[in-house]
Ligand binder design. Structure first.
Ligand code: TNX
Length: 483
């Protein structure tokens, strides 16, 4: 079979023929929520799903059986596709099969985001995590605070890549999504059983917000009115002030964000918050004393706990990068583990849900081959094979009751060096296909995984599907599309 993701069970009659007239679908709640059973014959296809999502994933498999041309926007061959006559019974391993797209470092127009929803759905990935705010840009319209996009969505210049010496693209860059744009993305994704999880990063990675509203920063330490939306990368010392006024501001922001995004999980960042300004700030230090905290880590934790309660009271759940475990993890929070596995393991053992996306394994902004021919030499080498051998449940959790706390796997694509759709495609594919199979299928352990078979299926079918979809992936051989 040439399926990506690989099915749990396939009974093939050995016959191949035209797919008969109709595709009948029905929901049987007796199956797992996202599970499906697909049967094809000369009489047509039947898809039984445990839910509408299950039916939808069954449709994706049927499309795979129909051949690469089924992935074009319009049919180029008349008549019914030839398919194998078979029964597939399939169900996902994880409920969270995610892809994070950083639209803050480089803005991607709405159409490109919608196209990514389609690409996720083809791969049976069901979470699009949108990194909407960072030092370099604020991309979501907030009616109450218009300067967040009037000022915060634009920067004067941009560092080119990660190279030294630093060079600049002197053209302004920016853009944002209106609330209606985002509602459209959410609705389009929902039709494809993809949940859009918004990320509002705080208290670090907030310079675009501070440049828009200087009172959000540590005004007793630096002149925040002089800050601009950042054009450089790296970790930034300009973080939010830990004051009640800043909490209120972000509550108001979140009120509007929750109206747009129905997703149960809301991502509040929490990564790479440098605490130097808090150390130097009399206001922050007074807050540490007043709350009886041991230091700045607990101050961050206090902010996270505040928003954990805020979101819980509204029927939502907070998820954040694994730094939110520092200083004590908020009661209801889930952890997105990016710095190796330790933070995720500790959180799972303490009973918190965890999504695994370690930068050592699945950071798609990192290069995908050693040598000279990658466009920007950034990060560790993660080949297609490396991503295929990514195991979201680490050995220490495997076989224990805590393993169930790992609710999913995700690949992250930061866009410092992926400045347009072509570059995003190149970084994402084909590695996202490997991640999709890891997140969907119950594969053997990393060392026993049959990468040769995966590669064979890529060559036999999946590269042709990506071609039909117009994805500018990194080809296994030949000239590279970025050149
Ligand atoms: C770390 S991963 C970051 C991002 C960068 C990325 C580059 C994470 C939570 N923070 O801000 O873009 O490294 O790989």
């Amino acid at each position: 079979m040439n399926l990506v993701p690989a099915p749990v069970r396939v009974d093939w009659t050995g016959e191949v023929g035209p797919l008969g007239g109709d595709v009948r679908t029905r929901v049987d709640p007796g199956l797992g929520a996202e599970a499906y059973r697909l049967s094809t014959s000369a009489l047509g296809a039947e898809i039984v799903g445990g839910s509408p999502a299950g039916v939808f994933w069954g449709r994706q498999t049927l499309r795979q059986l129909q051949g690469p041309d089924a992935f074009r926007r319009a049919a180029i061959e008349p008549g019914p596709a030839v398919v194998p006559y078979l029964v597939v019974e399939d169900a996902p391993r994880f409920g969270w099969r995610g892809f994070m797209l950083d639209v803050a470092r480089h803005f991607l127009p709405k159409d490109d985001v919608l196209r990514y929803v389609d690409l996720l759905a083809v791969h049976k990935l069901n979470v699009l995590h949108l990194h909407l705010t960072d030092d370099q840009g604020w991309r979501v319209q907030i009616r109450r605070y218009p300067r967040l996009t009037e000022v915060g969505a634009w920067r004067r210049r941009t560092r080119i890549g990660w190279g030294e010496p630093v060079t600049w693209d002197e053209r302004p860059h920016g853009g944002f999504y209106t609330q209606d744009d985002l509602r459209e993305i959410v609705a389009y994704a929902a039709e494809r059983h993809v949940t859009v999880v918004p990320e509002i990063d705080l208290p670090g990675h907030s310079q675009a917000a501070i440049a828009s509203y200087p009172e959000l920063g540590n005004t007793d330490v630096i002149d925040t009115s002089a800050l601009e939306v950042l054009g450089d990368w790296l970790i930034n010392p300009n973080v939010l002030a830990p004051t009640e006024a800043v909490l209120r501001f972000y509550e108001n922001v979140l009120d509007e964000v929750l109206e747009i995004f129905p997703s149960r999980f809301v991502h509040l960042g929490g990564d790479e918050c440098l605490k130097d300004q808090w150390r130097a700030s009399a206001t922050a230090q007074a807050r540490v004393r007043e709350l009886g905290l041991t230091g700045e880590d607990e101050l961050q934790s206090w902010i996270v706990r505040h928003f954990d309660r805020f979101l819980t009271a509204r029927g939502r759940r907070l998820i954040g990068w694994d730094e939110i475990t520092q200083g004590g993890l908020a009661e209801g929070a889930a952890v997105m583990c990016w710095r190796w596995y330790a933070g995720g393991i500790a959180a799972a053992e303490a009973g918190h849900d965890v999504v695994m996306c370690p930068q050592q394994e699945v950071y798609l902004d990192h290069v995908q081959a050693a040598g000279e021919d990658e466009p920007v030499p950034f990060g560790w080498v993660h080949t297609l094979e490396d991503v295929y051998r990514f195991e979201p449940v680490p050995p220490r959790l495997s076989g224990t009751p805590h393993a169930a706390r790992v609710i999913g796997a995700q690949a992250n694509l930061w866009t410092e060096v992926a400045e347009n759709r072509g570059r995003v495609d190149y970084q994402a594919f084909p590695r996202l296909a490997a991640l999709a199979e890891v997140a969907w299928s119950r594969l053997p352990g990393p060392d026993e995984r049959d990468f040769t078979d995966f590669e064979r299926r890529m060559h036999a079918a999946h590269y042709a599907r990506l071609d039909a979809l117009g994805v500018a992936y990194r080809p296994p051989t030949g000239p590279l599309p970025w050149q």
